[in-house]
Design a protein. Structure first.
Length: 193
């Protein structure tokens, strides 16, 4: 479980396949604060620490994760948002995020305003999961929905979030990971019964 508040942005050091399994190596900004088997959010994807080297750590990626997330587009030197898992005694500054990506979306439009930005994303089947001022996770970042219509939603980005996440590297057409608010998904399940 995570909060959607990004701790670090790091570059992908290496990607490789071994015995048909994808491994990704990242620079380790957490130093001795992580351990084998720990969960870390990478652009909103919960991945388990597989190995730790002096300044890097390694994760393995399942076939399901490759199919359902933007990890299939990841390249060496790409920047990734990182967040360690939530401690029970922590403040939740964002919202509860599971790290289980629901779908991907494309950057549709970026509008620079006076001191902030509006990011528009195009995503199928969003209407049942979003409400105005509701929470959504984009590349692991806890954000608030400003507006939405059939396939497009927007979020407002303040300078701190813009500078301290990989949002400032996004361009129109880029693919991002989306996790809808867990409350909406549970409500949908109960209503179907």
């Amino acid at each position: 479980m995570f909060t959607g508040i990004i701790e670090h942005i790091v570059k992908v050091n290496k990607l490789y396949y071994y015995k048909k399994k994808l491994f990704i190596e990242f620079y380790n900004p957490f130093y001795n604060k992580i351990r084998l088997g720990q969960s870390i959010s990478h652009n909103g994807i919960c991945l388990t620490v597989y190995n730790i080297f002096s300044y890097n750590y390694l994760v393995s990626v399942s076939e399901e994760t490759i199919c359902c997330t933007n990890i299939r587009f990841l390249k060496r030197k790409d920047l990734v948002n990182l967040e360690r898992s939530l401690l029970i005694n922590s403040r939740i500054d964002g919202h509860l995020v599971k790290g289980h990506v629901d779908t991907t979306a494309n950057v549709f439009k970026i509008v620079k305003l006076n001191g902030s930005w509006l990011f528009y994303f195009k995503c199928k089947n969003i209407l049942k999961y979003v409400i105005k001022k509701g929470s959504i996770t984009v590349n692991g970042i806890s954000l608030t929905i400003v507006s939405f219509e059939k396939y497009i939603f927007s979020v407002s980005i303040i300078p701190y979030t813009y500078i301290n996440t990989n949002l400032h590297f996004l361009k129109v057409g880029n693919v991002v990971n989306i996790e809808f608010d867990i409350i909406g998904k549970y409500i949908e399940k109960f209503l179907k019964k």
